[in-house]
Design a protein around this ligand. Structure first.
Ligand SMILES: [Zn+2]
Length: 85
């Protein structure tokens, strides 16, 4: 990931990694981005509470409902959350 990813890059990365731990560099890039991006900061804060993003605590599989909710939030921010399920 680039040192200063765009919102789209950042959120796509987070979406990819929902099922597993984010690597350290990605976590740092996310944190750096969130310092100057209110929208992503809010989303990441929510995801941290929901799924323990960037924490070693994510050792057990996430319930599908939690993953689906997180993906929905990300998709909405990426502007593609309007597709019908
Ligand atoms: Zn952003």
């Amino acid at each position: 990931m680039t040192p200063d990813p765009s919102c789209t890059e950042l959120l796509e990365r987070v979406s990819e990694y929902l099922d597993q731990e984010l690597d350290h560099d990605t976590c740092r890039a996310i944190e750096a981005h969130c310092r100057h991006c209110v929208g992503c900061a809010a989303l990441i804060a929510g995801l941290r509470e929901t799924i323990g993003l960037c924490r070693a605590a994510t050792l057990r599989p996430l319930p599908e409902s939690v993953r689906a909710k997180a993906r929905t939030q990300i998709d909405e921010l990426l502007g593609r959350g309007r597709t019908a399920e």
